[in-house]
Design a protein around this ligand. Structure first.
Ligand code: PEP
Ligand code: MN
Length: 374
């Protein structure tokens, strides 16, 4: 059960103390407080854990400071959408960029950072197209121990400086170990915090529970968590819940295709039909990664790349983020060159995304009008 408190409830106030006093008297119930401090309002939620079946919503509703009571039966207590009218926030802001189930952000960039020249060329192209987000892989989890593992902390200073120079506000960057969070924090501080970072949990680490707990405990960086490629959706949503129960609510969930031979000839079986499913089950913004699901520059007879086709499918279904590989010279890319789009294709790509986004917004509007007409 979740008690949503009145906005700006002060933890030192007499009413709040009365509330916690009442909660402490409840038998077999523990509680955990989550406070989200915003610029204008502070939101507080109290999670009641234990024998909550014995409590009634009415009984809790009349306690001091309580604005709303949400009974949770589902597994994803923090992130789930629990009942009709569960209107707890499904969005957040980070470094001036809005992320929500209502918005769409494009994160075009390098799968793996390979040189300052590639990073600079990528960011220059993004700036020329008004983009403020990108992806930059510094720590690469590779199938083979002999493959290039990413430049790690070494490349961070120039990545962050170039980002600042080109007005990039958020970089999605995968981490594979907790020490990478400190390396990123230190490099950002050393370069004067010119940009922001969204920590990415890759599909191979979706069930690395200790990493999830550590990433969830910090609230400085938002998190992009990929769906696990060989586990069911419930398990992946539970992984996101690990982040949230530790305190970090700034989470984007990203579909990236499933490992199955039936997905051939794509690298993974494209699962973007699950965009509306995850938006219904949880309050997380939902992203799509067309590069790691399709895995090639294969082109359909209509001339469109398969990557463009699956992006449109995800966006027309309401996707909120696109994480997509580009490279100035894919033949020289150290990781995943064959699936990279060219910088000369960025404008075309964004125009194509805009068509799909417009179609989605029109579909949602049509549905609202139909519902209003009864
Ligand atoms: C990536 O986005 O660079 C990546 C490795 O993706 P995934 O974890 O989905 O394989
Ligand atoms: Mn890759």
């Amino acid at each position: 059960m979740i008690l949503v408190l009145e906005p700006n409830t002060h933890p030192e106030s007499a009413e709040y103390r009365m509330l916690t006093g009442e909660l402490e008297r409840l038998a077999n119930i523990d509680y955990r407080v989550h406070r989200e401090v915003g610029k204008e309002v502070t939101l507080t939620e109290i999670y009641l854990i234990g024998n909550t079946g014995a409590l009634s919503v009415e009984q809790m509703r009349v306690l001091p400071c309580v604005a709303k009571v949400v009974r949770v039966s589902e597994a994803w207590r923090v992130l789930g959408r629990h009942q009709q009218g569960d209107d707890r926030p499904s969005s957040f802001d980070y470094n001036g960029v809005h992320f929500g189930q209502d918005s769409l952000n494009v994160f075009a960039g390098l799968c793996a950072v390979d040189s300052p020249e590639s990073v600079g060329a990528m960011m220059k192209a993004l700036a020329a197209h008004g983009q403020v987000c990108t992806r930059m892989g510094a720590y690469k989890p590779r199938t083979s121990p002999y493959a290039f593992q990413g430049f790690g902390a070494k490349c961070l200073p120039y990545v962050f400086e170039l980002a600042g120079r080109h007005g990039i506000r958020v970089i999605a960057m995968e981490i594979t170990h907790e020490s990478h969070i400190d390396e990123i924090r230190e490099a950002l501080a050393r370069t004067g915090n010119p940009t922001g970072v969204m920590l990415q949990i890759g599909t191979r680490n979706t069930q690395n529970f200790e990493l999830l707990k550590i990433v969830g405990r910090q609230q400085e960086f938002p998190v992009l968590i990929k769906r696990g490629f060989g586990i069911d959706l419930d398990e992946s949503l539970n992984a996101a819940e690990y982040l949230a129960t530790e305190g970090n609510r700034k989470i984007v969930f990203c579909l990236r295709g499933m490992k199955t031979n039936m997905g051939d000839p794509h690298r993974n079986f494209v699962d973007f039909a699950h965009v509306p499913v995850v938006k219904r089950l949880t309050r997380m913004p939902v992203g799509i990664d067309p590069s790691h699901s399709v895995g090639s520059r294969a082109r359909a007879p209509d001339g469109l790349l398969d990557i463009f086709h699956v992006v449109a499918q995800g966006v027309v279904a309401g996707a909120n983020m696109i994480l997509v590989d580009f490279h100035p010279d894919p033949s020289k890319a150290l990781v995943d060159g064959p699936q990279a789009l060219l910088l000369s294709e960025l404008g075309h790509f964004l125009d194509d995304v805009a068509i799909a986004r417009d179609a989605y917004l029109r579909r949602a509007e049509l549905t609202r009008r139909q519902a209003a007409a009864g």
